[in-house]
Structures are given as C-alpha cells and as structure tokens.
Design a protein around this ligand. Structure first.
Ligand code: PLP
Length: 426
C-alpha cells in the first residue's frame, strides 16, 4: 500500500476484502471474540499472539481505519481514540509520569492548552510553554533534565501559526526526547510531519478527516523512528509487570510506543473509539484528499477577497503572501494548508457580532473543518477561559473571527460573506 499515492490510500488502505467478503468495511459491533482454547486466549492476553480479544484494546473495524491513517502518515501503527483530546492526553501520558516535564508551543488548540496548563499539571507533569517561533537555542533553554517530550501543532487552531517542525524536532532530538505534533488542520494530505522529524502525530479526527461533523474522535500515529533506548523511557524499555514482564521495545521493535499506548493506556483508561464511529470516520477519509483540495482553493479565494475589502481590518491565511507564515507554509504544506481563514472586521466586537448574525448560509457553530462553511468567535466561545494575555500568547486576539470555508460553490460562499459584511458595517 505504501506505494500508492495519498488519494488512492484514502480509498484503499487498510482493507482488501477476500472472495465473497463485503466490499465496504463492515461494522464489527461486538465487544468480544471467541477462541477454541483458553491457551489461545491466554496468549492474546499476554501479548504473545496477534488477534482481537476485547474491543477496548482492538476491534476489526477500528483496525482498518488505524491502518489507513498509519499509511497516510507513513507511520508504523496507529490507535483510534474517543476524541482528539484523548489522543493528546494519551500520547503524552504514554511517556510522561508525575515528576516529568513537557515543552510545548504556546500556539496550540485551546483544549490542549487547558490540558497541559491545568489538568496534567495537577497530575504532576509540568509544561513550559514556548513561542511557536522559538529558535533552537530558545527551545534548548526550555529543556530540563526531566523533559520527556516536545509538543507542537503543525498549523495551530485557530491562530493558523505554522510551527517550524524541523527546528522543534532538532531541539527535541538533541535532548533525546520525541516531538509530538498535532496535525489536525493540514491532515496528512497537506503535511506529513514525520518527513520533517516529528516522531508521534496526533489528530482530532472530528475535523477534516471525518469532515461531515458526524463523530468525535482522535488518533495517535507512531513513526516508528524514535530510539527509546536512551535511558529516559524505562516504561518502554523495562519489563511491564502487568503483562508478565513484556518489554515493549523487545516485543514490538519500532512499534513499541503505539503498542504500549494500546496495551497499557487504552486498557487502563478506556478511551477507545466506537466501531460505528470508526466506520463513519472511514467514509470521511475516503474523500479526504478531494475535499482538502476544494477546502484549500475556496479558502485562498475567500482570503484574497477579504484582504481586498476595505471593511476588513486584517486577514490571516498562511496561503496569502502577506502572511508571516507564508514561507513556512510553502515549506511544510506545499499543496495548500487548510480551509480555515481568520480575520478581524473594522468596528471590533459589535461589527463582528452583526456580521456573524447576518450570515445566511454559513452557520455559527463550535466546529471547524466541516464540509459546510461555518464561523466562530473564539474569544467568546472556545477560548473564553483564557485571559487576554493568554489569548494574545495563543495568537487569538479578541476580535478574531474564525471562518471555516466549506466545499460549497465558491460564488455562493462569497455572496453570503458580501451581504453579511454590508450589514455589519452599517
Ligand atoms: C478539535 C481539536 C482538538 C480536540 O479534538 P476533539 O476531537 O474535539 O476532542 C485537538 N487539536 C486540534 C488542533 C483541534 O482542532
């Protein structure tokens, strides 16, 4: 499968039905699987054999989708989770315990920021937030003896700041720790972080991967490239007593990380994806490449239109030459970034509210990356827990409107924006 192009992988990777088997990936709505002997079952429980035994740990429908996403990211394995939040949490917890430290870009999704700033801190894992434009020296200065990973978002939601992945990866590797990248916005169609040194990728599959707003989900993907045997990751290189002394790096080789997150954390935390959701996600993935192309061409046209409108204070889209991230976007996402454009209307908060209320086709929802054009004001919704200072640090000024450009006809999208803008500047 690795030889197929991404748009072909979207359709075919992970599933090749045999003679007389269903053409479409079946939904295996079963918690459990039968075996002829207790020895066979016991071997599965001891991780000495490959197979399904309980849907919390693995399910045939989920397995197809995991293989498809791993193929799209060019990784060695993947694990579906119940949400993007669960993916980020488990990706970090797989290698960090109380007393450890994380270095994270400050330009990350609001939910991830809260997770790092508060929740895992309460669990004893401290995070140092650094500027997304940090130099290698600045990143190096943020590292501590107990730093176990570096975290960044390829294209931050909603600030659209592009992380310099190579700089983050080099700094992480110099310190002997992996780079975890949230690649939700570009999707593997527009950026493959493993090619730039990232070691682990997470996604909220709720966004473009699904694309139809029908399921909340996440995924963790392992590049298989990080060498865990440098003394910093005993959980991967020393016996796990809960599996009769299995050593993940010995038993699973390059897939040690993804095997551990499945066998250990998913077993204990139970944030697995439902097979029905995996099925729905797979339908979305089949058209991902096609949809991303349209999202990107529509968004670039909308961004250019807004930039030329005198009622618009500023426009932020990495595909615009005026963007400070234009060059980085060209490097990491040469075929386009995503469908999200952010901008501010002259007249501040009130004008923004009138604009949002006047849209006819675009819907006001707490969602992005949907095939329907939708719009949101983060400072009053997703990011409302953050102080003004934190908002600025996260690259989300109070007047920012996040427009998620859908795949409708461009003329219809533009005329909706035009009529709403005319009403907003009255
Ligand atoms: C939405 C989102 C998340 C969280 O995902 P959920 O599926 O909503 O839990 C994480 N990262 C990014 C970039 C997102 O856009």
């Amino acid at each position: 499968m690795q030889n197929y192009k991404p748009d072909t992988l979207c359709i075919h990777a992970g599933y090749k039905p045999g003679n007389g088997e269903p053409r479409v990936v079946p939904i295996v709505q079963s918690t459990t699987y039968t075996y002829d002997s207790s020895k066979e079952m016991g071997d599965l429980f001891d991780l000495q054999a490959d197979g399904f035994f309980y849907t919390r740990i693995g399910n045939p429908t989920n397995d197809v989708v995991e293989k498809k996403i791993a193929a799209l990211e060019c990784g060695v394995g993947a694990l579906l989770t119940s949400s993007g939040q669960a993916a980020s949490l488990m990706a970090v917890l797989n290698i960090c315990t109380a007393g450890d430290h994380v270095v994270s870009s400050s330009a990350i999704y609001g939910g991830t920021f809260n997770l790092f700033y508060k929740t895992i801190k309460e669990m004893g894992i401290e995070t140092t937030f650094v500027s997304p434009t940090s130099t290698r020296e600045e990143l190096k200065a943020a590292m501590r003896e107990n730093t176990k990973c570096v975290f960044a978002e390829t294209l931050a939601n909603p600030s659209l700041i592009v992380a310099d992945l190579e700089t983050f990866a080099e700094a992480a590797h110099e310190h002997g720790v992996p780079l975890i990248v949230d690649n939700t916005f570009p999707t593997p169609i527009n950026c493959q972080p493993f090619a730039f040194g990232a070691d682990i990728v997470v996604h909220s599959t709720t966004k473009y991967m699904d694309g139809h707003a029908v399921q909340v989900g996440g995924v963790i993907v392992d590049s298989g490239k990080f060498d865990w045997q440098n003394g910093k990751f005993p959980a991967l290189t020393e016996p796990d007593e809960s599996y009769h002394g299995v050593i993940y790096t010995k038993q699973f080789g390059p897939a040690a990380y993804i095997a551990k997150v499945r066998c250990h954390l998913m077993r204990d935390l139970g944030a697995q994806a439902a097979p029905m959701n995996a099925f729905l996600l797979n339908l979305g993935l089949e058209t991902l490449a096609l949809r991303m192309e349209r999202h990107c061409s529509n968004a670039l046209a909308v961004a250019k239109y807004l930039e030329a409108d005198p009622n618009i204070a500023w426009v932020n889209y990495p595909g615009l030459e005026s963007s400070p991230y234009y060059e980085l976007a060209k490097k990491y996402m040469p075929h386009g970034s995503c469908g999200v454009v952010s901008f501010g209307i002259k007249g501040g908060r009130e004008a923004a509210t009138r604009f949002m209320d006047s849209l006819e086709m675009a819907s006001v929802v707490t969602h992005v990356a949907d095939l329907r054009t939708c719009v949101l004001h983060p400072a009053s919704t997703t990011h409302r827990q953050l102080t003004d200072e934190q908002l600025k640090e996260a690259g989300v000024p109070a007047d920012l409107i996040r427009l998620s450009v859908g795949i409708e006809n461009l003329e219809d999208i533009l005329s909706d924006l035009k009529q709403a803008l005319a009403k907003s500047v009255q």
